[in-house]
Design a protein around this ligand. Sequence first.
Ligand SMILES: NC(=O)c1ccc[n+]([C@@H]2O[C@H](COP(=O)([O-])OP(=O)(O)OC[C@H]3O[C@@H](n4cnc5c(N)ncnc54)[C@H](OP(=O)(O)O)[C@@H]3O)[C@@H](O)[C@H]2O)c1
Length: 213
Amino acid sequence: MTNNHKIAIIGGTGKVGRYIAAAALQQGYQVRMLVRNPGKLKDGLDSRIEILQGSAENRDHIRQLLQDCHAVVNAFGQPLGEAPLYSTVTSMVLEIMNELEISRYIGVTGGSLTLEGDRKRLMNKVGALLFRIFFPAMIKDKQREAAIIQQYCNIEWTLIRLPFVVEGKESGHIKEHLTDMPGFKISNRDIASFIIRQTTEAKYIHKSPFIAT
Ligand SMILES: NC(=O)c1ccc[n+]([C@@H]2O[C@H](COP(=O)([O-])OP(=O)(O)OC[C@H]3O[C@@H](n4cnc5c(N)ncnc54)[C@H](OP(=O)(O)O)[C@@H]3O)[C@@H](O)[C@H]2O)c1
C-alpha cells in the first residue's frame, strides 16, 4: 500500500483500537473510521480522520465505510455477556470487501482462540479452557469468525491474537509467535503500530499470529 491510500477502521474508539487511526495518520495514510457516538471523540479527535457515524451491524454503513478504501482494520469489540456479533460483523465486512475488491484485512481477536496447528504451553491451554468455560458463546462465535476469515483465500487477511490489553506507551519490543502466546499483556500503542506495519508487510498474510510484550 502507498501512503495516499485510505484505511477503514472499525472499533477505533475501543481499548484495543484507540491508537490505530493515529498510527495510520503518522504513516501518511488517510483514515475513515466508523463510530456510533462521535460525541465520544470530541477530545483529541484529529481533524484529518474522516468520521462516519453508524453501526457495524448495518450493511449500508459498512459499505459506506469501505468505499474507496485499500485496507480494513477490524477492532470491533463487545462487552462480555452481550450476544456476540463478531462472526456476523466480520462476515459482512469480508463480503463487502469482496464486492468492492479491497484485498487487505487486518483483524484482532483474543489469545484464547485456539486454531489448528497451535502448540500452546500448559498455562495458555488452561487460560483458553477457562475462557471456553466462562464465556462459551463468545468463544464459539470467535471460533466461527476465524473459520469464516480462513475461507476468504482471495482476501489478504491477518487475524492477530492478543493477550490482556493495557493502556500504555509503545515499547517497540513486540514478541510475535505463530503457535503460542509469547506473553501476558501488550499496550494498545504497540498493537496500533504492529497493525499499521502489517499494511505493508506480507509476513502474516493468511496467518493468525499471537503478539505480546
Ligand atoms: N481489551 C482486551 O484486553 C482484549 C484482549 C484480547 C483481545 N481483545 C479483543 O479485541 C477486540 C476489541 O476489544 P476492546 O477491548 O477494544 O473492546 P471495547 O473497548 O469494548 O471497544 C469496542 C469497540 O467496538 C466498537 N463497537 C462496538 N459495537 C459497535 C457497533 N455496533 N458499531 C460500531 N462500532 C461498534 C466500539 O465503539 P463504541 O465507542 O461506539 O462503543 C469500540 O470502538 C475484541 O475482539 C476483543 O475480544 C481485547
